[in-house]
Design a protein around this ligand. Structure first.
Ligand code: UDP
Length: 443
């Protein structure tokens, strides 16, 4: 049944005083396996989505008021899932749900196995070995005995903790699996291994219908695209002075064109392809600068390998800036770099959704992105940016936008409207509530 819901190239130049603007959202301190999240009030979103919408959400939430919810994923830092959970968990609490976020632990071997699983689910042809499945299942079995998941609604994110359901003995609430990745062309042996676990869930959430097809056959499917929070440090309006001081701090020239991709160092994000795009476009726009911004997620052991590979590929070009959290590029800095960009790229080979696209569009920056996975939900070709199929086309469209700022401006404005209508956290929260209400009323 388908529910119709709807590192660091160079040290910092100057001492930087951003105290007022520095991240307030993230609290990485954990009590045992639970992530602390600061308080948010849905009322603050009235200024963006209107009072009526906020009241509708509160009315929906009242139907399951006092219900307990636990979100489980595998990291409290890095990547789109944790980005969303910091905000969603806080807002679920604000509307009356007793909401907790837990991180399922893992050994380095486990995270290496789950990265292989992640890659295979996105289509990489790699063998499914017994060593891998043993590592994966053993960790899930161990975590199932350690975690308390005795809640009314248990929401498991992605494949790392997916098999908890098999081993959790005191299952009483409704269990939901939330898939964040591009499942359009999976490695079938890995999908075959995981599908029986997926079918144990009361419902599964996918970003697009296309990700839920084939042999998967989940019990119930809800299609819910992700979202960004317009009030977070990552997306809130920033004074020009803050943007300028961030650029200055990292030696990025505000007078020259800036092209940016914000993405983990990962084969699917194709950082080397982004450098190829930049090299091509520099033939026509020689003054362009490239920013490759990436945070090193703790559940992503491949990140360092790809960082090194990317750094080698970039070579001695001082107009390619590799900027990571390890040199202080956090939410406000990402926000500033996105705002300062003339064009944002998302040259992924696979992409579940790509929050970075919505983040750029919200800041009225057009995006040139590959026509894969969840990207076309956000890039409406020729309206909010350009969908492209290869490096040459990506360079051509980026050059076009750099040479036609009026076109870029118009697309940026369209982009903001598109995000406002479809990809804000308020819509996301409402979709979750609809699903929980629906499940509360079903057997
Ligand atoms: N991000 C960040 N700092 C970085 C790189 C990425 O904060 O240096 C954030 C980015 O802004 C976005 C998230 O990490 O909010 C990445 O989510 P996305 O859906 O684009 O990709 P994922 O990493 O989940 O595949």
């Amino acid at each position: 049944m388908i529910l119709s819901l709807a590192i660091l190239q160079r040290p910092c130049k100057t001492k930087f005083n951003l105290k007022k603007e520095l991240s307030e959202t993230r609290v990485h301190r954990m009590s045992d396996d639970t992530v602390s999240v600061r308080t948010l009030s849905l009322d603050h979103y009235k200024e963006i989505v209107g009072e009526e919408r906020v009241e509708q959400i509160r009315t929906m939430a009242e139907k399951i008021s006092g219900g307990s919810v636990v979100h489980v994923n595998s990291t409290s830092f890095g990547g789109g899932v944790s980005e969303i959970l910091y905000r969603l968990v806080a807002l679920m609490r604000d509307v009356g749900l007793d909401t907790t976020w837990k991180v399922a632990e893992g050994s380095p071997e486990f995270f290496s196995a789950t990265k292989t699983i992640h890659n295979a689910l996105q289509g990489m042809q790699t063998p499914l070995t017994t060593a891998l499945t043993d590592t994966y299942l053993q960790q899930n079995r161990g975590n199932a005995t350690q975690l308390n998941l005795d809640y009314d609604y248990v929401i498991i994110h992605d494949s790392q903790p997916l098999a908890l359901i098999e081993y959790y003995r005191k299952k009483r609430g409704k269990w939901i699996w939330r898939c964040h990745i591009d499942l359009s062309q999976p490695n079938q042996s890995f999908l075959g291994f995981l599908a029986p676990f997926i079918r144990l869930y009361d419902a599964s959430i996918f970003t697009m219908k296309q990700f839920a097809g084939g042999s998967l056959k989940p019990t119930r499917v809800a299609i819910i695209p992700p979202s960004i929070d317009p009030l977070s440090d990552k997306n809130k309006p920033l004074p020009d002075a803050v943007v300028s001081s961030v650029l200055d701090r990292y030696d990025v020239d505000p007078e020259r064109p800036i092209v940016t991709q914000v993405s983990r160092f990962d084969p699917w994000k194709d950082p080397l392809g982004v450098i190829d795009v930049y090299r091509l476009l520099r033939k026509k726009v020689p003054e362009a600068q490239l920013l490759l911004i990436a945070s090193m997620a703790s559940d992503d052991p491949e990140g360092w390998l790809y960082f090194e590979k990317t750094a080698r590929y970039a070579g001695e070009d001082s107009d390619i800036h590799l900027l990571t959290d390890l040199v202080g590029v956090h939410d406000v800095e990402v926000n500033a770099f996105q705002r300062a960009s003339d064009v944002v790229l998302q040259k992924s080979l696979r992409e579940g959704f790509g929050l970075t696209i919505a983040e750029a569009l919200w800041k009225e920056v057009p995006v040139v992105g590959a026509s894969v996975g969840g990207i076309p939900l956000q890039i409406l070709n020729n309206a909010t940016g350009f969908l492209v199929s290869d490096i040459e086309e990506a360079a051509e469209k980026t050059i076009h936008l750099l040479k036609h700022p009026e076109v870029a401006k118009k697309m940026g404005k369209n982009g903001k409207q598109h995000v406002k209508k479809n990809f804000l956290i308020t819509r996301h929260l409402e979709d979750y509530l609809k699903l929980l209400v629906h499940l509360s009323q079903s057997d």
